[in-house]
Ligand binder design. Structure first.
Ligand SMILES: Cc1ncc(C[n+]2csc(CCOP(=O)(O)OP(=O)(O)O)c2C)c(N)n1
Ligand code: SF4
Length: 286
């Protein structure tokens, strides 16, 4: 059997130390595990947006679609709905997913389309050199906010929970083991899954020291208890110095959009009868 080669020949242009490397390594390990368990690699599709994160699809030797900024979600949804046999994994930056394409994320969660979204949340626009994003903390000084961001950040997990997402998790780019476990669970989940990865941008917002002191792995947490989940998600609001929970925060089983979409269409004879009743009531009631 041929050796599985997941690396491509593309030159990696991420900055040394960038948190994207941890996501790349983890996703490759998870893809390998899926293949070992019998999922053909041809059944996996990766989708990315525009930004530093997006280059991940250049570095993994799997069918992929490089979409435009903020449009990872609709592309991933369309692929999944057209061909429900595929495993679809979207990669988006926080600017991409929580700024530019936020409405798509909300509706994919509401519909419960069976895709996995991995958000490279470095809390900054990396590729365009450090502008603030919806998850930058208040006071963040970057290229577009030299005197400090005035707004308070979004808590994307709280928003996703309220939108109907059925799987929510947090990962950290310092901690490969946890990242692999969380990706694995998210991909196996039947329904809309989002993993918010605290992916440190060493060049424009280096949070390693800060996160290393605050990120902890969830233990004794019931991801099916909505009240507990909601409280845990609110523990850190992306602005305070509170502890930051990593791991699977929420899990719920619910019918997926594709299942409902694929329900057998009406029998043609019944359909014509129904149309006749609607369009020519005088004939059908006579
Ligand atoms: C519609 C549109 N607006 C703006 C841009 C310019 N642009 C390219 S990448 C980028 C920032 C990407 O930031 P993020 O999504 O957080 O990803 P990162 O680079 O941090 O991985 C921007 C603003 C674009 N390509 N398309
Ligand atoms: S700018 Fe930031 S996110 Fe982009 S490659 Fe460099 S460290 Fe990574």
């Amino acid at each position: 059997m041929a050796q599985l080669e997941l690396a491509t020949k593309a030159k990696n242009t991420w900055c040394p130390g960038c948190g994207n490397f941890a996501i790349l390594t983890s996703i490759k390990a998870v893809l390998k595990a899926l293949v070992d368990e019998g999922t053909p690699l041809e059944k996996v599709v990766l989708v990315s947006g525009i930004g530093c994160h997006a280059k991940i699809v250049d570095y993994v030797n799997v069918n992929s679609f490089y979409s435009i900024h903020g449009r990872v979600v609709p592309v991933a949804e369309a692929i999944k709905i057209a061909n429900p046999d595929l495993t679809v994994i979207g990669f988006a930056g926080d600017g991409d997913a929580y700024g530019e394409g936020l409405e798509h994320l909300v509706f994919a969660a509401k519909r419960n389309v069976d895709i996995t979204m991995v958000i490279h949340n470095n809390r900054v626009y990396g590729l365009t050199t450090g502008q603030y994003t919806p998850t930058s903390p208040q006071g963040f000084k970057g290229r577009s906010t030299p005197r400090g961001a005035l707004e308070v950040p979004l808590n994307p997990l709280e928003l996703m929970l309220a939108s109907g997402a059925t799987f929510l998790a947090r990962g950290y780019s310092h901690g490969l083991d946890l990242l692999k476990r969380v990706f694995r669970e998210a991909i196996s989940h039947k329904g809309f899954a989002l993993v918010d990865v605290l992916q440190v941008c060493v060049t424009f917002f280096n949070m390693y020291e800060n996160y290393n002191q605050r990120v902890y792995e969830l233990k004794e947490h019931d991801p099916t208890d909505y009240g507990q989940v909601s409280a845990k998600i609110r523990e850190w609001d992306y602005n305070s110095d509170a502890p930051i929970a990593a791991g699977v925060l929420y899990r719920k089983l619910a019918p997926t959009f594709e299942e409902k979409f694929r329900k057998p269409a009406m029998d043609p004879a019944d359909r014509n009868k129904k149309l006749d009743e609607l369009l020519r009531p005088e004939r059908t009631t006579a």
